[in-house]
Design a protein around this ligand. Structure first.
Ligand SMILES: [Zn+2]
Length: 487
């Protein structure tokens, strides 16, 4: 008995020793980057121009209704605001409100690069105008911020890119590789008319891009960051999207004599089964790379768990599965969004429908989601079909070890010192998905710092951007173009 106890104790000590050694070896991959000071020639003017960009109501043109003139006047506003850029760069108008700028590089042997942005914005939710501190399309400059719909998503980025190119052109800078600036006008509707057409236009010209850089992820400040430092996440992939329609069929008739299985109960059971049986969770792919990068900076206990995934993966997945955001990072999510059925309190409906929206993790495909739903529901009374036109498999995963990724990382650290940079997964959708055919390196990051209350401002009330951050964003794009447009 004593021998068994001694052996067990020995094993336990070995186990603890392995955990501790792995934790000790789990160190951040640091690279020494020095802060770079980038002077801005016209900081004050750039704030005025951003304010004017907000005042032009480029609300996405749903079903071809809406204010087309706003998009045309935005084009004219850009011409007036950036004269040097419009002289130096060529501009194509595509489909018919998106824009494609081209800045010819000095070395035609280098693959071109593309910065992506969109200038459409979502509308303000009816009835919420009064909740705004300043009117949503005023572009008010106050309290250190520029206020208004579209500041964060994503006119500040859009304008910072233009300011940086205008600045570099004025300084006679010439990129070695050709630089495209692709401006979509319908990202908020899926980008099918804008980004998709710009990408096929480039594809027809047989152009392959060294990399693309779009919105998607940001810098999380210390309060939001899971590590001890502010965290910049560069999205290397985005989730896919599909909505399934469940149609339940049952016996109709008078509600005074219901059958054992009513249509609505059949549908309810199907929805409940989907919610109770989620698709499998994993730490592989972009989210795994994220935790590999930030794990060493975490407090000891979390660091120990991430350093020893061979022992603690089931526990980690369970814990991550309890938070809405972390759950969305580790699995394809299931969200029932619409339910319809029945017309009168005393009539049994013969059919009822529900829509279930899935956001698909890289590794899963639309066909896997359908197979999962059929398997879990397992009821011949429920038909499962794809709903709507919008559907996409997850994007391919771009490398987080490529030269282009490392150059973006370096730029972030030059302008935002002390920031940890990691690859990650974009949980929503961006225009980037349309460019994966013409580039292996599609990255998603904008240089804006988000605190706990900022995420809800996107598409929400009191959207605003800190002027100081806007200045840094311009410096970031100037430095980024210098770092990436060379061989
Ligand atoms: Zn956006």
């Amino acid at each position: 008995m004593k021998k068994i106890l001694a052996a067990a104790l020995c094993l336990l000590l070995v186990f603890i020793a392995i955990l501790l050694v792995n934790t000790w070896r789990f160190t951040p991959q640091t690279s020494e980057v020095s802060i770079t000071h980038v002077p801005l020639a016209d900081g004050e003017g750039s704030v005025e121009r951003l304010a004017r960009a907000i005042q032009i109501k480029t609300i996405s043109l749903e079903d071809e209704t809406g204010d087309r003139d706003a998009f045309l006047s935005f084009h004219r506003f850009l011409e007036d605001s950036f004269p040097n850029l419009h002289e130096k760069m060529t501009r194509e108008i595509i489909a018919p409100y998106s824009l494609l700028y081209k800045w010819e590089g000095s070395n035609p042997d280098l693959k071109p690069m593309a910065l992506l942005a969109h200038f459409d914005v979502v509308p303000v939710e009816p009835g919420t105008d009064d909740l705004w501190t300043y009117p949503p399309f005023s572009g008010q400059v106050a309290d250190g911020f520029v206020w208004g719909r579209g500041t964060l998503d994503m006119k500040a980025t859009f304008m910072a890119i233009l300011e940086s190119m205008e600045h570099l052109i004025k300084q006679d800078f010439v990129p070695q590789r050709t630089l495209y600036f692709a401006c979509g006008h319908d990202e908020e509707l899926g980008g099918m008319k804008g980004a998709a057409r710009i990408a096929s236009h480039l594809e027809q010209k047989k152009i392959q891009l060294a990399f693309t850089l779009d919105e998607g992820m940001v810098i999380l400040d210390k309060d939001l960051s899971p590590s001890r430092e502010p965290l910049a996440i560069i999205g290397i992939a985005e989730k896919g999207y599909v909505t399934l329609k469940l149609t339940a069929t049952g016996q109709g008739g008078h509600s005074s004599m219901p059958p054992g299985k009513t249509t609505l109960a059949i549908l309810g059971r199907a929805i409940a089964s989907l919610e109770e049986n989620q698709m499998p969770a994993t730490l592989a792919g972009p989210v795994g790379y994220l935790f590999d990068a930030i794990g060493p900076d975490m407090p000891f206990l979390k660091k120990l768990l991430f350093a020893n995934q061979w022992a603690f993966k089931p526990l980690l997945l369970k814990v991550l599965g309890t938070g809405n955001t972390t759950n969305a990072m580790i699995r394809t999510t299931t969200a029932p969004t619409i339910i319809q059925g029945g017309v009168k309190a005393n009539v049994l409906p013969t059919t009822a429908h529900a829509l279930i929206n899935f956001r698909i993790l890289p590794g899963d495909r639309i066909k896997d989601v359908i197979a999962h739903a059929k398997h879990v529901i397992d009821d011949s009374a429920v038909e499962i079909t794809i709903d709507g036109k919008i559907q996409s498999n997850p994007s391919p995963v771009s490398s987080h070890r490529s030269m282009e990724f490392l150059r973006i990382q370096k730029t972030i650290q030059q302008i935002f010192p002390g920031t940890c940079v990691a690859p990650g997964l974009v949980l929503g959708g961006t225009d980037s998905k349309h460019y994966t055919k013409i580039s292996d390196n599609c990255y998603r990051f904008i240089p804006f710092i988000f605190g706990p209350k900022d995420t809800s401002r996107i598409h929400g009330t009191n959207e605003r951007v800190l002027i100081e951050n806007y200045m840094d964003a311009q410096k970031y794009y100037i430095q980024l173009i210098k770092n990436t447009s060379v061989n």
